[in-house]
Design a protein around this ligand. Structure first.
Ligand SMILES: [Zn+2]
Length: 425
């Protein structure tokens, strides 16, 4: 057992309790105690005086191996960014670069406090391996596109990956058709059936831009959400990334089927896609997870930053300060995000929950005056104040030191792969 003493604990439990001078005890992968100060004689103790413990972030949508393209092509809209710049260069990714890229992204997630991530990339097995090595957990998937002549092989490997991790404590899998505009209805229907038969969620991009929304109606006479429903896909647990352009009817369909919306406010702003109507979705009772999207469209994997922008953008867009308060934003970056991804065992600090949390200091100039801790976290805090990241009860990062990753090797390998991918550019 390891005991964290003298901390301010932001629980994100159903009462949103903040415990001043609290104790959190970890046994194995789980939280054994959280509450007012309590002694546990003879156990290993970590003194957290002057520090705060809060749940690790749950990142609803990412493309971890895209770290190589960060900063390479910015200030474009989604379609130009994707078709002219990203897709051509992604053909240069290999098994090795996907793995190294995912490891480098895992280091960034760890450093910035994310402990669970839902990722989509070409070969989920490389991301799964990187997550395992980094000590993180999450959902991995292999992206399916009808435009890919090897889609059949990708699907076969996705089915094998699901079998491999079926009883794994840390890795889950999803079936991941890329989007309506890269997949035929026939393929979407079939891949949906595979997801249902193998008991996996479907992770897909949905209504990210106005052109996607309009073109889908032009092609099929339906919005992407209506199309997915008509193809039977909504009978799986749908993890719908973006949902920027969605109708009231789309939201009703999402609600009816218990699907989840993965909200990427920074990526949507940066690619000029728009602002998803998240406050309206929350009013309707939809499940939502705040997410970073990939590192090339954000350009960080920092959920703290994402949580802050999520709390700000809807206020400005709707000219209403009440539509997304600090508590709501923190909730949908932790507990709410976990539930949206189908995890009941994480996202809040309570006995029996998975021991996924971060410890951060409050002696920085921005955090020094202890008024309301949740407001401080969302509007003043910064992931740079994180001193420790714990996932599944294991310390992954402690005062600048990675405990599981050889960070110099991880950074060096990623840098060498970058030189290779961009060799004649
Ligand atoms: Zn994405």
């Amino acid at each position: 057992m390891r005991v964290f003493q003298n901390a301010c604990i932001v629980t994100v439990n159903s009462d949103f309790d903040v415990i001043r001078n609290g104790t959190l005890a970890v046994e194995g992968k789980k939280i054994a105690y959280v509450g007012p100060h309590k002694e546990f004689p003879g156990t290993e103790t970590v003194d957290c005086s002057g520090k705060v413990i809060m749940p690790g972030f749950v990142n609803g949508h990412a493309h971890m191996p895209m770290i190589f393209f960060r900063g390479y092509t910015d200030d474009l809209n989604l379609q130009d960014w994707l078709w002219k710049k990203i897709f051509p260069l992604e053909t240069r990714q290999t098994a090795v670069t996907e793995y190294h890229g995912a490891l480098a992204a895992a280091a960034e997630l760890t450093r910035t406090g994310t402990t669970t991530v839902n990722d989509m990339y070409y070969h989920g097995e490389h991301v799964a391996r990187a997550l395992k090595e980094a000590g993180l957990s999450g959902i991995v998937s292999s992206c399916l596109m009808s435009t890919n002549e090897k889609a059949g092989e990708v699907l076969q490997s996705a089915i094998e990956l699901a079998d491999l991790y079926r009883n794994d404590e840390d890795i889950r899998t999803a079936i991941a058709p890329h989007a309506e505009y890269t997949c035929t209805p026939e393929d979407l229907r079939y891949w949906g059936e595979v997801a249902i038969k193998t008991g996996q969620p479907i992770h897909i991009h949905c209504s990210e831009t106005r052109s996607e929304h309009d073109e889908c109606i032009g092609r099929h006479g339906k919005t992407p959400v209506e199309l997915f429903e008509s193809l039977g896909m909504m009978d799986a647990h749908m993890l719908l990334a973006h949902c920027v352009y969605i109708t009231e009817n789309d939201m009703d369909i999402i609600k009816k089927h218990g699907a989840s919306v993965l909200h990427n406010p920074i990526s949507n702003l940066k690619l000029a896609s728009g602002v998803a109507p998240i406050p309206r979705m929350l009013e309707k009772g939809l499940k939502v997870a705040i997410s970073t999207d990939g590192p090339a469209s954000n350009n960080t994997q920092d959920m703290w930053e994402e949580m802050r922008v999520a709390a700000l953008v809807h206020k400005g867009y709707l000219r209403d300060p009440l539509v997304m308060d600090a508590k709501t934003s923190l909730y949908y970056a932790t507990k709410g995000a976990a539930l949206a991804l189908g995890y009941e065992d994480r996202g809040s600090l309570e006995e029996g929950m998975r021991a996924d949390f971060v410890v951060f200091r409050t002696d920085s100039p921005a955090m020094n005056i202890p008024t309301d801790m949740i407001n401080l976290i969302v509007y003043s805090g910064n992931s740079r104040d994180i001193v420790m990241t714990v996932a599944g009860g294991e310390v992954l990062y402690d005062n600048g030191e990675y405990k599981k990753l050889d960070i110099e090797k991880v950074m060096g390998d990623a840098r060498a792969d970058f030189e290779n991918i961009f060799r004649d550019r």
